[in-house]
Design a protein around this ligand. Structure first.
Ligand code: C2E
Ligand code: CA
Length: 456
């Protein structure tokens, strides 16, 4: 028989053990960083909710929220990372309710349940509200930290009868909207078929690359100065697939960016374009520059600058023969690395063009500090320039600002004589668009723009 002391110590040991077990159980069902319940718990709750919703007719939304690449950049500061994750979770909970947010298997991903959904639009509005709240700056001293998110959503019973189906369709919506760079979040039948089409295009792309970029070629669109002389051209990729026919770059480039194949395509394009202008120089005596689009993935490869330099030297071309086009979003992916590489390119004599200017979110102050040479005014601004006096004012301001910063200005997507006249009148130095010519193949380009130039 044990004495009273022994019983007491056994009791104490038992309660310590129980406490440890509770802690362990807590660890198994809660994420240690955010304190949120884990995916397994969400799945269990979803199953229960779907069972009752099947009878009551309640529509239930399911969402995946993935923080964007700007978040990944601050991840290395571990302490901060925890605070931002925690604060982000609090913001989302304030919208969808404390009990409806869960941690996914990934640290930068949350899972959401949205109760009492009225319609698809209602769910889309919730996604937009969440997205807006996440983009808000954080409390001092972290006001400089900002990141966004991508959201994919599905709805019971319209997009699936089971938790697994709802998860898959939310995941599909997340992926497709992200590659399309669209704000949408909620799954649709069209998104579903685009996903399957993307898979087919991707398989065909792999096959074409395996066969040495079968079906790929480049077309060239002239860039003219204020006297309408062709001074450069933009090289644009075309793909005639044996299975799908002509696939527009807006379809296959985002897929290639996503799976990394853009690096192979981009390198092929660079060599092709440089070889082409070298050939034109030799055959027509015309020394024009070629402008090549650059994807974020290419810019971030460590040997990108040396590869470009090697391409130029192997063809005995000077840096001024090449322009590189980048978009604001490329820049925002990793501003420090981008800026460092732009400077290296400029040292080689290569001009950097900021593509689609006006469609991003960078501040003017930030833009003024960038090592770039030319602003390309995005087509939507040119399209709208005669809609109102305000739109024309915007173009005037962009051109004036660009001059102030010491940049050249190029307007793209110029289609009408009136747009052309007004842009030149406002001091825009370079023009590109259907008013001059659509992109054409190399033979056509030589005939139309180089031999003609030589004759005059
Ligand atoms: P972007 O760089 O903004 O290229 C301009 C697009 O506008 C081209 O479409 C061009 O054909 C079209 N365009 C030019 N002038 C006009 C006009 O006056 N009116 C209209 N309606 N359209 C005009 P494209 O060739 O279909 O290229 C689409 C996008 O695909 C490009 O947009 C670029 O982001 C990407 N892309 C194309 N080739 C490459 C490439 O070699 N590498 C990379 N990374 N991206 C590429
Ligand atoms: Ca471009």
């Amino acid at each position: 028989m044990s004495g009273p002391n022994e019983t007491e110590s056994l009791k104490a040991e038992y309660s310590i053990l129980k406490e440890r077990l509770n802690q362990l159980e807590d660890l198994l069902i809660h994420d240690p960083h955010t304190g949120l319940p884990v995916r397994r718990i969400m799945e269990k709750r979803m199953r229960e909710l779907l069972e009752t919703a099947g009878k009551s007719g309640e529509k239930i939304g399911f969402g995946i929220l993935r923080l964007d690449r700007r978040y990944a950049r601050i991840r290395h500061t571990r302490d901060k990372m925890k605070v931002f994750l925690y604060m982000t979770a609090v913001r989302v909970k304030n919208i969808i309710g404390e009990e409806n947010l869960y941690q996914s298997d990934r640290i930068d991903e949350f899972l959401m349940i949205i109760r009492q959904v009225e319609s698809r639009e209602h769910l889309q509005n919730v996604a937009e509200e969440i997205s807006a709240t996440i983009q808000q700056p954080h409390e001092p001293p972290a006001t400089d930290v900002s990141f966004g998110c991508h959201i994919g959503m599905s709805m019971f019973p319209d997009h699936g009868a089971t938790t697994t189906e709802l998860i898959i369709n939310a995941e599909i919506a997340l992926g497709v909207y992200e590659t399309r760079k669209e704000q949408g979040a909620v799954y649709t039948a069209e998104i579903g078929s685009q996903y399957h089409e993307n898979l087919n295009i991707e398989a065909e792309l792999y096959e074409a690359i395996r066969k040495g970029l079968d079906g790929f070629h480049a077309v060239y669109q002239p860039i003219v100065d204020k006297n309408l002389n062709t001074v450069a051209c933009e090289a644009l990729m075309r793909w005639d697939s044996s299975r799908f026919g002509s696939v527009p770059p807006s379809r296959f480039i985002p897929i290639a960016e996503d799976n990394g194949k853009i690096i192979i395509l981009g390198r092929w394009m660079l060599y092709n374009a440089l070889r082409q202008i070298k050939k034109w120089k030799d055959t027509t005596g015309q020394d024009i520059s070629v402008s090549v689009n650059m994807s974020p993935r290419e810019l971030l490869t460590h040997d990108f600058v040396s590869n470009v330099n090697e391409a130029l030297t192997s063809l005995k071309l000077k840096g001024k023969s090449l322009f590189l086009e980048v978009t604001e979003s490329t820049l925002m992916d990793d501003p420090d690395i981008s800026i460092e590489k732009f400077k290296a390119f400029q040292e080689l004599g290569i001009d950097i063009l900021l593509d689609d200017f006006g469609t991003g979110y960078s501040s003017l102050e930030y833009l003024s500090r960038l090592p770039i040479d030319t602003l390309k005014i995005a087509k939507p601004f040119v399209d709208k320039m005669h809609d109102s006096s305000k739109s024309l004012e915007i173009i005037r301001t962009i051109i004036a600002m660009s001059k102030n910063f010491g940049y050249k200005t190029l307007a793209e997507g110029v289609e009408t004589q009136r747009q052309l006249d007004d842009l030149l009148e406002l001091g825009c130095e370079y023009i590109q668009g259907f008013i001059v010519s659509p992109p054409v193949d190399s033979i056509e380009f030589e005939l139309q723009f180089l031999q003609k130039n030589r004759a005059t």
